[in-house]
Design a protein around this ligand. Structure first.
Ligand code: C2E
Ligand code: MG
Ligand code: MG
Ligand code: MG
Length: 283
């Protein structure tokens, strides 16, 4: 609006803010045009998830955007924009389609056939009227291995409408799809309502892992132990994310955490690099 009133109007803005707005606008435009041909610029990278024996048991799919002019744009920047604009709906649908195609492809390889694949789902995507239907359409392609697909939801997503969320989760679980609660412990009321939710797995947020120092009595360890104890009683798996050192993994193992993800094991990899890592490990 300021611009249509004349070029000089821009001077009313702080220059840093002006470029910030322009940058945001450009990104938004780029995101809009991307939706028509996502394969050109979007890809799913895979970060290994390992078990207590350090064997790869699965992966988390993490979206990567490579723009021809802007270069690599981080999810931390474009996911919030995609959520605000609603573009996360078609993008998220693309992610789930890709994930199911990948799971189908993995079935062709003895090394990859048993792996799980975790996919992040945004609130705006999850609460679309046709979300369940659209996921089931993709899941139909992988039939018997639907339980290799794990949808990661956050506490804030659940809290938007607990009743509806549970309804949707159960509808998908009836077809084998599994659920992981992402970034657990960062929300408000976590511990009390977890018992009422049909999650298969809880992901301890990386902020607890990164702040947990060696001393057993640090606040973070107390919380981590409480999460592991609770998940155990609820018969949910526990995975620690953001594990960056051997010391962290060992301290988590001592507390009975048996699944891990983080830079200590591997950063997110291209699908090719991931497949070859799994294959070499199995030799
Ligand atoms: P998230 O789901 O909690 O994913 C974990 C993030 O932590 C990833 O960042 C990953 O690269 C990073 N990470 C993994 N290991 C370590 C570690 O040891 N140390 C540290 N410091 N970080 C580690 P990334 O890929 O930048 O993704 C950021 C967020 O963007 C994700 O957080 C998720 O909320 C969102 N996101 C990514 N892909 C998708 C997607 O396909 N759909 C939706 N809706 N959101 C996505
Ligand atoms: Mg995640
Ligand atoms: Mg997370
Ligand atoms: Mg996170």
């Amino acid at each position: 609006e300021a611009k249509s009133a004349g070029g000089n109007q821009w001077r009313l803005f702080d220059p840093a803010m002006q470029s910030g707005l322009e940058h945001r606008y450009q990104l938004e435009q780029a995101l809009r045009s991307l939706v028509n041909h996502p394969d050109d610029q979007l890809s799913l990278h895979l970060q290994p998830q390992v078990n207590a024996n350090n064997q790869i048991a699965g992966a988390e799919a993490l979206l990567r955007w490579q723009h021809p002019d802007f270069g690599a744009i981080s999810p931390g920047e474009f996911i919030p924009l995609a959520e605000e604009t609603g573009l996360i709906v078609p993008i998220g649908q693309w992610v789930i389609t890709q994930a199911c195609e990948l799971l189908a492809q993995w079935q062709q390889s003895a090394d990859l056939a048993e792996l799980t694949l975790s996919v992040n789902v945004s609130a705006r995507q999850f609460y679309q009227p046709d979300f369940v239907e659209s996921v089931l359409q993709q899941v139909a392609k992988i039939g018997p291995v639907a339980n290799h697909l794990v949808l990661e939801l956050t506490e804030s997503l659940i809290l938007e409408d607990i009743e509806e969320a549970v309804k949707r989760m159960l509808a998908l679980k009836a077809h084998g799809v599994r659920f992981s609660m992402d970034d657990f412990g960062t929300g408000y009321s976590s511990l009390s309502y977890l018992a009422t939710l049909p999650f298969d797995e809880v992901k301890i947020d990386q902020s607890f892992i990164s702040k947990a120092n060696q001393g057993d009595s640090s606040r973070e360890w107390i919380i981590i132990e409480a999460i592991i104890g609770l998940a155990d009683k609820l018969r949910m798996q526990v995975i620690a994310e953001g594990v960056e050192s051997k010391q962290q993994q060992q301290a988590l193992l001592r507390r009975n955490c048996r699944a891990f993800q983080g830079f200590y094991f591997s950063k997110p990899l291209t699908q090719e690099a991931f497949a070859s890592l799994v294959t070499t490990q199995r030799v």
